[in-house]
Design a protein around this ligand. Structure first.
Ligand code: NAD
Ligand code: GLY
Length: 364
């Protein structure tokens, strides 16, 4: 088992990564305020892993309820959130009840936001089961839901008490979802970890064939990168750089996801194309070389991800990007690349360069 800590003073917590951890109740039990918890999951993950998690917790004496939601990004909304609140109220959950998210990023974001807001905040634990959630969304405390006008627009920072990652769950993950997770893994290499990017260039096929040691290493290194960034800028308030760098490609990606309708492209797929767009804009600014772009496109494509965006039209992209949370005082603050392995936040990209980038990169 690998163990990391997200250093946030009194709100610090552990990330435990290993094979078979879902059947291991002790770390969860140690985090509970009272032996009472509610597991939030969905109708795809429940038949696979709910029993393994709940039986070990029940054996350890935890009183448990379960909330099983419909699967999909299209359900990450106020309607589903209301279902969670209603179930928590009907089950008479109180402020000491811990909410446990069992599933991918959609479940983690929804259950986390419910935990942040139910009775003004209850304890929360993440048990992520997709690669994307194991390397990114379960760590760092961003929770929330989508709005028809913008992705992740309603939410809260609410740190979990524990992240318990069972790498065995990746065995059942559909291949398209595995690739989507690799987008966020590649992101860490691109923004701050050149040697990890190089390791990925060598080992991407092992990751795609789910070689356990390669997967465990990629998860641990991704989480170590994320934990360091979050510890330095928990609420993304740094004027330059900081946590915002984790959003490489995401402003373009959120425009793709909102523009096509939630769930059409997977989040990680949109991030794959979005990172190419951020790279292309960086090349236009004279920072990246054509050879860097070839490396970036090649790795993203080998990971099974799109390297071009859908043809929504530059005007729609710009409109949707203007709704992004990265807009500050009307200026779009993008994450761009000075080099492979070195990202910056940049509010000075011209509209004409952004438009040219969209036109060059969005032809699907
Ligand atoms: P997801 O939660 O929709 O999961 C993908 C699919 O895999 C779903 O159908 C799910 O039911 C299924 N699944 C989950 N685990 C499985 C398993 N072990 N075996 C088989 N099927 C399994 O998608 P995701 O990629 O995990 O997360 C995407 C979401 O995460 C987006 O909403 C995105 O905005 C959010 N996100 C949040 C953060 C954050 O910091 N909070 C960061 C990145 C992404
Ligand atoms: N996924 C971006 C963040 O956690 O800040």
């Amino acid at each position: 088992m690998h163990e990391l800590t997200v250093q946030l003073g009194g709100r610090s917590y552990q990330i435990l990564i290993g094979s078979g951890l879902i059947r291991y109740a002790e770390p969860i039990v140690n985090c509970l305020v009272t032996p009472r918890a509610v597991v939030v999951t969905n109708n795809t993950v429940a038949p696979l892993y709910l029993d393994a998690l709940t039986s070990s917790l029940r054996l350890a004496g935890v009183r448990l309820d379960e909330i099983t939601l419909s699967d999909g990004e299209a359900h990450k909304n106020t309607g589903t959130l209301s279902l969670i609140y209603e179930a928590l109220l009907r089950q008479r959950c109180d402020r000491s009840t811990t909410i446990i998210a069992l599933g991918g990023g959609v479940i983690g974001d929804l259950a986390g936001f419910a935990a942040a807001t139910y009775q003004r905040g209850v304890p929360f634990i993440q048990v992520p089961t997709t690669l994307l959630s194991q390397v990114d969304s379960s760590v760092g405390g961003k929770t929330g839901i989508n709005h028809p006008l913008g992705k992740n627009m309603i939410g809260a920072f609410w740190q979990p008490k524990l992240v318990l990652t069972d790498t065995d769950t990746l065995k059942t993950l559909p291949v398209r979802e595995l690739s989507a997770g690799l987008a966020e893994v590649i992101k860490y290499g691109l923004i701050r970890d050149l040697s990890f990017f190089e390791w990925l260039e060598t080992n991407i096929d092992q990751l795609l064939s789910r070689e356990p040691n390669a997967l465990a290493y990629a998860i641990e290194r991704s989480c170590a990168n994320k934990a360091e960034v979050v510890a330095g800028d928990e609420r993304e308030t740094a004027k330059e750089g900081g946590r915002a760098l984790l959003n490489l490609g995401h402003t373009f990606a959120h425009a793709i996801e909102t523009g096509l309708g939630y769930g059409e492209w997977l989040h990680g797929e949109a991030v794959g194309a979005g990172m190419v767009m951020a790279g292309e804009l960086s090349r236009r600014l004279g920072w990246l070389k054509e050879s860097d772009m070839t490396r970036i496109r090649t790795l993203i494509s080998r990971a099974g991800l799109p390297t071009t965006g859908p043809k929504l039209g530059a005007a729609q992209y710009l409109d949707l990007m203007g709704h992004d949370k990265k807009v500050i005082a009307g200026r779009l603050r993008l994450v761009l690349l000075k080099n492979v392995g070195e990202a910056v936040t940049w509010a000075d990209a011209s509209q004409s360069d952004i438009t040219a980038t969209i036109e060059a990169c969005c032809n699907d």
